[in-house]
Each structure stands twice: as C-alpha cells, then as structure tokens.
Design a protein around this ligand. Structure first.
Ligand SMILES: C[S@@+](CC[C@H](N)C(=O)[O-])C[C@H]1O[C@@H](n2cnc3c(N)ncnc32)[C@H](O)[C@@H]1O
Length: 238
C-alpha cells in the first residue's frame, strides 16, 4: 500500500524506472556514472524538436548540442562571425547558426567531407583515416536557411581560402591531435575579446590527441579551459 501511495506521482514512477536503469548500469558498466535524474534540458521541447529535425538518428550527443547552443547564445552581442572545424552532417553548425539567427553573422563550416585525416601517435589507436565521412551537399542543404559558407578541404589547407575578419564563436570537433591544434592556431587570433572557443572532444577518452592539443595550446596563454561534464571544454578569449 505504501508503495502504491509512493508511486502515485508520475515523477516517482519514472524515478523507479531510473533506479532500475542505474542497477543495470552498476552491473553492465560499473565504472560509469549515470548522473542525476530529472534534468530539465531533457524536457525542453523546443530543443528536442529541433534535435529530432536536424539529427534524427543520434541522441548520444544531445547534451553536447544543448550546451553548445547555450554557449553560442552568449556571444550574440559581440562583433564577428562564427566557425566550425569538423561539421560532419552539419548538426552542431545548425545549432550555432540557430542560436545566433538574425544577428547578421556569417557561419564558416570547414570539413574534408572525406572523413578523418590520418591519426598520429598522440591519437592512440581508436580512430581510422576516412571514418565519419559526410556529404557536402547534406551540410549545404541543412544550413541553407542561414548565412553560411561551406569550405571543403583538409585542415589546415582549407583555412587558406577563407576570408574571415574576426570571430565571436568557434567550435572544434575533429577528434584528432593535428587538426585540433591547427584549428586552434587558425581560430584563436581571429576571436574577439569575450568570444568563445569550444572543443567537443576535449573530455573524451577516445580523443586523447584532441585533449593534448588543447592543453598544449593554452599552456602559457592567459585563458583557462573550462572542462564541462559533457566532455566539451571551452575558453573565453581575454
Ligand atoms: C565528429 S565529426 C563532427 C561532428 C559534428 N561537429 C556534429 O556534432 O554534428 C568529425 C568531422 O571532422 C572532419 N575532419 C576530421 N579531420 C579533418 C581534417 N584534417 N580536415 C578536415 N576535416 C576533418 C571529419 O570529416 C568529420 O566530419
């Protein structure tokens, strides 16, 4: 009876499901932290509708897309354009553009559209050249509602033809050491004071090269990295 009264509220019933999920987790993945129950971002219907529209088959990066969108919203008042190194099918670029819609900014999207470049020893052994390949046309179509320039080519070569005066926001999501470092070297001097650079891969154990590249880049510079529990890291340009 007490159990029935206790489960009368929908949240309490749902919480019971969460407890079961956590028990399964404790057996299947003992070292993994599931985090807390009832996070309000998971009930943000506007965000969820947009996520399903731009990325219908991919839920695992949802929290990172949500956080990226929140960070991009902070720079609307700053001068400068936006950029992303590593667009894949364009979902994260879409959220950057959406967060800054009608602010007069141009978004620059950089990708090989041939997948990852060759990993180096810093990247350990998980990734293979050519993985995560997307079609340029997919990205152009998805980003067509926004003022966007898509730059196809290998980083850092593809940066050469881009005409960017200054940036207020840059997102780096190329998984590997060399293109992460090269993207930081290109974006950082262009970012205005108060602008933000986000690295998607910093906190992923699958991307040790990206972590190393960021740590090396910020060493000796005034900015500090904020390592978010989503796995992203960002800095605010001083
Ligand atoms: C993880 S995916 C990007 C995901 C995307 N930002 C999103 O969240 O929707 C990594 C992308 O980096 C690109 N990439 C990796 N190394 C590159 C390089 N050296 N030059 C250009 N693009 C590269 C790949 O083609 C791939 O599309």
């Amino acid at each position: 009876m007490l159990l029935l009264i206790g489960l009368s509220h929908p949240r309490r019933r749902e919480f019971l499901g969460f407890v079961v999920l956590d028990l399964v987790r404790a057996v299947a993945l003992p070292g993994y932290l599931l985090g807390d129950y009832a996070k309000s971002w998971q009930e943000d219907t506007d965000f969820l509708e947009e996520l399903r529209a731009v990325s219908p088959h991919e839920d695992r990066s949802a929290e990172r897309k949500f956080f990226l969108r929140s960070l991009a919203g902070l720079v609307a008042h700053l001068p400068g354009d936006t950029a992303e190194a590593g667009t894949f099918e364009g979902a994260s670029s879409w959220f950057i553009c959406r967060a800054l819609q009608n602010t007069g900014k141009t978004h620059h999207a950089f990708d090989s559209f041939e997948g990852l470049s060759t990993p180096t020893p810093e990247d350990a052994e998980y990734w293979r050249k050519g993985e995560l390949r997307a079609r340029e046309e997919t990205v152009r179509e998805l980003l067509s509602p926004f003022d966007t320039q898509v730059h196809k080519g290998w980083i850092p070569k593809c940066f050469e033809a881009a005409t960017i005066d200054r940036l207020c926001f840059a997102h780096i999501d190329v998984d590997l050491y060399e293109p992460t470092l090269q993207s930081m070297e290109f974006f950082y001097p262009l970012v205005v004071q108060g602008g933000i650079i986000v690295c998607d891969d910093y906190g992923s154990a699958l991307c040790p090269g990206a972590t190393q590249a960021l740590d090396e880049f910020v060493a000796g510079r005034p900015e500090k990295l904020v390592h978010a529990p989503t796995g992203q890291a960002f800095l605010v340009k001083q």
